[in-house]
Design a protein around this ligand. Structure first.
Ligand code: F0G
Length: 350
């Protein structure tokens, strides 16, 4: 079919679905893989951006959510719940609305971007702001899913990982093989787990001849995997990855070690520099957390640890419009003028 049917239909034979699974889709997936000219020039590598902000709700979470919600409906669920730094709740709210399910979301009070809050509300989710961080929200959501008739759709739900692994399939389908290196931001560590699973599946039975090295990057103030210890009070401007005790911690370590990869920390300053570079030179507007993958790549390159000539894919996980404050605060204030061409020309330096 010339129309993209969504990732469950596109990769049905590689996903745990049957004819009995009611497919709940917003035609997620098939996101752009954009050549990054400036990043390639700076690193001497062939750099590509997997632009996951092009998904229906503006983040990679839609890949997992089409699976999680389809399976929840198949299993007869009437309500779903998640903890979220914002994107999971936006995606869960949208797919639950599509499926006619009740959706409850728990978010850390005051620590999620405005656009994401708007998405959960407009799609009709019931949102509770928790006096705690994401880790507290996840513990609470997990407990509620045990004690009450509600299905958990966080990435501890294996169907989420199954859906998210399709991003690796798409990369290989476009490039013809796995890249040398794949860079990702790491928060709860579900996505690096999912990509690694996808690459391994494709390498085990044909489509890919090799495996990439997985490079994950955490924000320096929320880098439990790098430090090897839970961070009780995680802190970063990249609110999407403000997580101190990742649920998929050990799987992220496996992805790193089995791929001869790395998981490093990047400062908020480096994240914002990469965020601006992406917008100005590659013309890709991402949210701050997404820029961690690119900040990390540039950091490794600056340390002389990136061999030139390699093929590198950086996933940029979420759309910049979700969290526009960083775009506005970093720019000069707009100038106001009367309806006057001469004044406009003078202000524009024409
Ligand atoms: N980038 C963005 C934009 C995210 O929203 C997240 C996670 C990540 C990266 C990290 O992915 O958790 O799989 O390692 N956001 C979750 C949420 C926690 O609730 O939306 P991860």
């Amino acid at each position: 079919s010339p129309l993209w049917p969504g990732l469950i239909e596109a990769y049905r034979h590689r996903l745990p679905v049957t004819d009995a699974t009611p497919v709940v889709t917003l035609q997620e997936g098939a996101t752009p893989l954009v050549p990054a000219r400036e990043l390639s020039r700076r690193t001497g590598c062939e750099v590509w951006l997997k632009v996951e902000g092009a998904n229906p709700t503006g983040s990679f979470k839609d890949r997992g959510m089409t699976m999680a919600i389809s399976k929840a409906v198949e299993e007869g669920a009437r309500a779903v719940i998640c903890a979220s730094t914002g994107n999971t709740s936006a995606s869960a709210a949208a797919y639950a609305a599509r499926a006619g399910l009740i959706c409850a979301v728990l978010v850390p009070q005051g620590k999620i971007a405005t656009g994401k809050l708007a998405q959960a509300l407009v799609h009709g989710a019931t949102l509770l702001q928790v006096e705690g961080n994401f880790d507290d929200c996840l513990a609470l959501a997990s407990k509620l899913a045990i004690d009450y008739p509600v299905s958990l759709v966080n990435s501890v739900n294996q169907f989420r990982i199954e859906g998210q692994k399709t991003a690796s399939f798409e990369v290989v389908d476009v490039l013809g093989d796995a890249p040398d290196v794949h860079c990702l931001p790491v928060g709860n560590a579900g996505n690096i787990t999912a990509y690694w699973q996808g690459y391994r599946e494709y390498a085990s039975d044909g489509p890919a001849s090799r495996l990439p090295r997985m490079w994950g990057f955490q924000a320096a103030g929320a880098a439990p995997i790098v430090r090897g210890a839970v961070v009780e009070q995680p802190s970063t401007i990249a609110t999407a990855i403000r997580i101190g005790n990742p649920a998929s911690w050990s799987k992220a370590l496996s992805a790193r070690d089995d791929s001869a990869g790395r998981i490093d920390a990047v400062t908020d300053r480096a994240i914002l520099a990469a965020y601006r570079l992406l917008a100005r030179t590659e013309a890709v507007f991402v949210e701050p957390a997404s820029a961690a993958s690119v900040a990390g790549l540039l950091q490794v390159a600056a340390a002389g640890e990136l061999e030139p000539g390699q093929r590198v894919v950086c996933t940029v996980t979420g759309n910049g419009l979700k969290d526009p404050e960083w775009a506005i605060s970093g720019a000069p204030a707009p100038v106001t003028i009367p309806v006057d061409a001469a004044v406009a020309a003078a202000k524009l330096g024409l």
